[in-house]
Structures are given as C-alpha cells and as structure tokens.
Design a protein around this ligand. Structure first.
Ligand code: ZN
Length: 163
C-alpha cells in the first residue's frame, strides 16, 4: 500500500462513506445471543458483544452503497453477515478506499475468531472474516477508536434509512 493511500476512517453513518471501491470493517453490536445455523457449518450461538466483519465493495456505488446496505436492517438475508446486521446494531464501519478485505483481517489477526469460515468461504487466506472484539482487546493503531458524531453509538442512520 503506497504511503499516499487514503487512510482507514471510521464512519458511523453511510452518508459520509466515499463512493469508491475498497474494503471495510463493520463494527456490529450484539445485545442478545444470536443462534446461527449456517449451511454446511455447525450451529453456533454468538455471545452478546462487539463483532468486526471485513468485506469489500467493488460494484457500482462502491463502499457507500455496500456499507449502506449493511446499515439497513430491512433486507433479504443474503450473506452470513446479514444475520448479524439484522439482529444486532451497526455501530459503524472503518472504510479504506482501494483497500483489501483480507489485508484488514490480517491486521486484526490478534482478535478471536468466533466462527471459522464465516464470510470467508471463497477465501483461502483468512480463518474467518468475522472477528470478535472483547472488552479490553487492543486494536491496531491504524484502527483509530470509533468516533460517534452523535456522541454515542446510537442508530440514527438506521432509523432514517428504514421503511
Ligand atoms: Zn480473506
């Protein structure tokens, strides 16, 4: 990654996410246990807590369209992570224009993997694209602490984006 690359920025609302291709890491809050029955995987129950999910956006609308979809709770469950974003709360997303999702996962490799293979079925490099972020666990310095423009991780954007 050249030193001139856009930095990793945290967005608590999709309106500020750039309309360019790139990678993102979602910050999702689960307030209740979530039972997951994923095809081909053992049933697991995710404990309440904070989760990070890395993905990339290459299509029309770029990062803003993809991250905006993750913020919406009303949607057809299509990807593994949709189970979390519909049952939990999207607190925000670190976005990196031009970035690579697996590189983000590699940076976060010190965090626990709650479900092996989650979101990474077609990825050979990563154990999982979903990580948990326990209280007190350090994040790489490039992941600056989340800044919430509304003062707390509320879901003002989800409310305005719903039907
Ligand atoms: Zn990967």
């Amino acid at each position: 990654m050249p030193p001139t690359a856009d930095p990793l920025r945290f967005h608590d609302c999709p309106d500020t996410v750039p309309v360019v291709p790139g990678a993102y890491a979602l910050l999702i809050l689960l307030e209740a246990p979530l039972a997951l029955g994923l095809p081909g995987k053992l049933a697991v129950v995710l404990a309440p807590g904070r989760y990070l999910y890395a993905g990339s956006a290459r299509g029309p609308g770029g990062l803003r369209a993809r991250v905006g979809r993750h913020f919406r709770r009303e949607k057809t469950v299509r990807w593994h992570v949709d189970h979390l974003t519909t049952a939990g709360r999207m607190a925000g997303a670190w976005c990196e224009p031009g970035g690579d999702e697996c590189a983000l996962v590699a940076e976060l490799a010190g965090l626990p993997v709650p479900v092996p293979g989650f979101g990474s079925s077609d990825c050979r490099a990563c154990a999982s694209h979903l990580l948990s972020w326990p209280e007190g666990a350090a994040m790489p310095s490039r992941f600056l602490p989340p800044h919430f423009s509304s003062g707390s991780p509320t879901i003002r954007c989800i409310k305005s984006a719903g039907p």
